[in-house]
Design a protein around this ligand. Structure first.
Ligand SMILES: Nc1ncnc2c1ncn2[C@@H]1O[C@H](COP(=O)(O)OP(=O)(O)OP(=O)(O)O)[C@@H](O)[C@H]1O
Ligand SMILES: [Mg+2]
Length: 274
């Protein structure tokens, strides 16, 4: 593996690493549906520190993408508070939220959100240029190579497969060396080999750059690599391996979390496979 790019953000100091990067306090999300008010999320509460990794799992429609959108400041909760790096989102307007998260976070959306009339290379260069980084083309090429796409740099998104588009979106997120990476199903469109490659890159970013990860996933292999798991069912936390807000983070025994048990059983089955 190559070392992180020379233009990466400087490493975090020990005090920065100790502070909660993301603090989520009793948030709820309600919307007006065709049949009246709908509760999409209820009483979500946890903190995440620098360099920690969190898997958010749960059935389709349980609120994972909705939660990620709130954590990333793309939408506002109906109730409760989210603090990013100590700053409450509720005190910021939309532009301020965008610049606050732009300095810290990167996103990989479930639908990738690549810019259609930009090549793969230009898509990866875009946030580097916006951040005023040196040598954006060289950094972008390096990350496209790392995700296995050095032969597709001049392709437009429409001429890339779903898995290739996903890897461009990941390269775009990795390239800015964020302190916090949000990714919605980052291995959802990938085959086994590319999924494994992306998981390695995610945890390389986590371990070498101290980036915190918040990953929505159905992939038990990916969930098992994260330090923490939150399982959502019908918009509520069904199981949570994290400490509640304001107490010390600790892991619960695996048997207390159904997702961890699922992952554990899955790995056991994998071990038994010929
Ligand atoms: N703006 C909205 N108005 C009404 N209902 C919504 C809105 N956005 C999401 N929903 C509903 O909220 C629920 C949660 O959606 P969400 O996209 O968060 O699910 P998810 O857990 O990410 O599912 P998947 O695994 O399929 O991606 C779904 O039932 C969805 O239909
Ligand atoms: Mg989703």
């Amino acid at each position: 593996m190559k070392s992180p790019s020379a233009s990466a953000a400087p490493p975090l100091s020990p005090s920065q690493q100790a502070a909660p990067l993301l603090a989520v306090s009793h948030i709820a999300k309600r919307v007006q549906g065709p049949e009246g008010e709908l509760t999409l999320l209820e009483d979500i509460d946890f903190t995440l520190s620098a360099a920690e990794s969190l898997a958010i799992t749960g059935p389709s429609g349980s609120g994972k993408t909705t939660l990620l959108g709130l954590l990333a400041g793309l939408d506002t909760p109906s109730q409760g508070e989210i603090r990013l790096n100590g700053q409450s989102f509720s005190t910021l307007n939309e532009d301020q939220r965008a610049s606050s998260r732009g300095a810290i976070c990167a996103f990989v959306f479930q639908e990738f959100h690549l810019v259609a009339d930009m090549t793969a290379l230009e898509n990866v260069m875009l946030p580097l240029e916006l951040a005023g980084r040196d040598k954006p083309a060289a950094i972008a090429k390096d990350w496209l190579e790392r995700v296995g796409l050095s032969h597709r740099t001049r392709h437009f998104p429409a001429t890339l497969s779903g898995g290739e588009q996903q890897r461009v979106a990941l390269a775009r997120a990795f390239a800015v060396q964020p302190r916090l990476l949000f990714a919605d199903e980052p291995t959802g469109s990938l085959d086994h080999a590319n999924g494994k490659r992306v998981i390695e890159l995610l945890f390389e970013l986590n371990q070498h750059s101290g980036a915190a990860l918040v990953l929505v996933t159905h992939d038990p292999q990916l969930a098992s690599r994260c330090q923490h798991h939150i399982e959502l069912v019908e918009g509520q936390i069904f199981s949570n391996s994290m400490a509640a807000l304001s107490s010390t983070t600790s892991l619960t025994p695996p048997e207390q979390s159904s997702i961890e048990k699922f992952v554990h059983d899955d790995l056991l089955n994998e071990d038994k496979a010929p």
